[in-house]
Design a protein around this ligand. Structure first.
Ligand code: NAD
Ligand code: UGA
Length: 435
């Protein structure tokens, strides 16, 4: 199959590289000329484990290339995927569909022969109808079917998630489109990944419902963590105790500083807005959003409490800035409101992240950046673990303590054991692990 991938970000680049790895002929298109130029040189615009090698192999085999020119790849393609961004619209929280609509117009003008246009971006219900309308208006001759194929990969594990999905969702009523997408995903189908064929609107809603449910699960355990602290229970054991019930499941029950990232926050916001537009409000998801926003802001207070209530003049070390490990993505990272809160209360901050510091400097220009975790801890009154990078799980704690002014650790990811920390003489605060 010949595939054109419109938008070469986290999703477009990973999907394009994986499709090429399956044996399809893929061209990734992006309007960002700098991004395309660097990909042509073999330099990845994002940090994602395994991506560089996957891209290199397919480029060498002649199955993958990159361009800013949309027309040739679209004209030749059997399937054109739209994987452009759908950020929150400034002001009202709806999904900003301007990139999707622009891509649809550019695609329409270039279509030749029967083509399936597939929305892979996360888009509100009804966007497929609008994409189809734009294409038919722009190019009434086009022989086209518009399908929805939402993507469920996670950053940091994107290639594995793409190649071993729990399910593939294809939303279309068009038989030719079903056949074409069945062919695109045949290598995964052979691996027994179930393909769920649905209507287009259903597929669009599945994506938002999945993200909203996962965000709810995290927020639920975060609130249980707060209660556990008050009543002297341990949230990790509670999570295990409920997670072993197959109806609940053990994943996404790690309490922490609140969810961040490029998707859960914006997608829950957009879903809430869609629901209000249709007069079917989603009160649970509204609460999840509010609770999560408050939680992220409250983390600076948690650090203050560990220091007896005062942050003014204190030096705080922050380990981990990205919204999760194994990515350089800073979008809506919990570190941002935490650090901002610390600065607002008069603290000084020095931070370290294994790969995210370049990105972080755009979001947090007013702090110092360290060369490693021990440099970060130098003269600190408290050290806060914000992102659970594997490098932070086995720190030389004696050395860390020697570097610090006061041995106070706030572990927002529960990666250490309280007993071990106390034995080493640390004042140790974590999340949801009551005395
Ligand atoms: P991104 O911001 O990393 O990449 C989007 C890319 O699209 C950018 O490189 C941009 O230059 C390009 N672009 C914008 N308009 C274009 C146009 N008209 N033609 C060609 N290129 C254009 O975004 P992302 O994180 O890859 O997310 C893309 C979509 O996938 C979003 O809807 C997101 O919600 C969804 N999604 C993301 C993830 C994830 O883990 N990041 C997972 C599942 C779904
Ligand atoms: C999430 C979903 O997991 C993907 O299925 C989806 O495709 C993607 O959003 C998307 O639509 O973009 P991602 O944001 O990459 O993927 O990362 P997650 O692993 O889901 O983590 C999101 C946030 O939740 C992070 O801040 C993470 O620290 C937090 N989290 C996650 C917890 O606090 N506890 C958990 O148990 C799990």
């Amino acid at each position: 199959m010949r595939i054109a991938m419109i938008g070469t970000g986290y999703v477009g680049l990973v999907s394009g590289a994986c499709f090429a790895d399956f044996g399809h002929r893929v061209t990734c298109v992006d309007t960002d000329a700098g991004k395309i130029a660097s990909l042509k040189r073999g330099v990845m615009p994002i940090f994602e484990p395994g991506l560089e090698q996957l891209v290199e192999t397919s480029v060498k085999a002649g199955r993958l290339d990159f361009t800013t020119d949309i027309s040739g790849p679209v004209a030749e393609a059997d399937a054109v995927f739209i994987a452009v961004g759908t950020p929150s619209r400034r002001g009202d929280g709806h999904a900003d569909l301007s990139y999707v609509h622009a891509a649809a117009r550019d695609i329409a003008a270039a279509l030749q022969g029967f083509t399936v246009v597939v929305t892979k971006s996360t888009v509100p219900v009804g966007t497929g109808d609008e994409v189809e309308r734009i294409i038919r208006e722009t190019n009434p001759q086009a022989d086209v079917a518009v399908a929805s194929n939402p993507e469920f990969l996670r950053e940091g594990a994107a290639i594995r998630d793409f190649k071993h999905p729990d399910r593939i969702v294809v939303g279309t009523d068009d038989e030719r489109a079903r056949k074409a997408l069945g062919e695109v995903y045949r290598p995964l189908y052979l691996n027994q990944a179930p393909i769920l064929y649905t209507g287009r609107r259903t597929a669009e809603l599945i994506k938002y419902a999945a993200n909203a449910f996962l965000a709810t699960k995290i927020t639920f355990i975060n609130e249980i963590a707060d209660l556990a602290e008050k009543v002297g229970a341990d949230v990790q054991e509670v999570a295990r105790g409920i997670g072993l019930d197959n109806r609940i499941g053990s994943k996404f029950l790690n309490a922490g500083p609140g969810f961040g990232g490029s998707c859960f926050p914006k997608d829950t916001r957009a879903l809430v807005k869609t629901a209000l537009d249709y007069e079917a409000p989603l009160r649970i998801v509204e609460a999840v959003l509010a609770v999560n926003d408050n939680r992220k802001r409250a983390m600076a207070r948690k650090v203050a409490n560990a220091l007896g209530g005062q942050l003014r003049g204190k030096q705080i070390a922050v380990l981990g800035l990205t919204f999760k490990p194994e990515t350089d993505d800073m979008r809506e990272a919990p570190s941002i409101p935490l650090v901002t809160g610390l600065l607002d209360h008069g603290a000084r901050v020095r931070a370290y992240d294994p790969v995210g510091m370049e990105q972080a400097k755009h979001e947090l220009p007013d702090i110092a950046y360290a060369a490693d975790p021990y440099d970060c801890a130098k003269d600190a009154d408290a050290l806060v673990i914000v992102t659970e990078w594997v490098q932070f799980r086995a720190l030389d704690l004696e050395r860390l303590k020697r570097e610090m002014k006061q041995p106070v650790i706030v572990d927002l990811r529960n990666i250490y054991r309280r007993e071990d920390m106390q034995a080493l003489g640390f004042v140790y605060e974590s999340v949801g692990r009551g005395a």
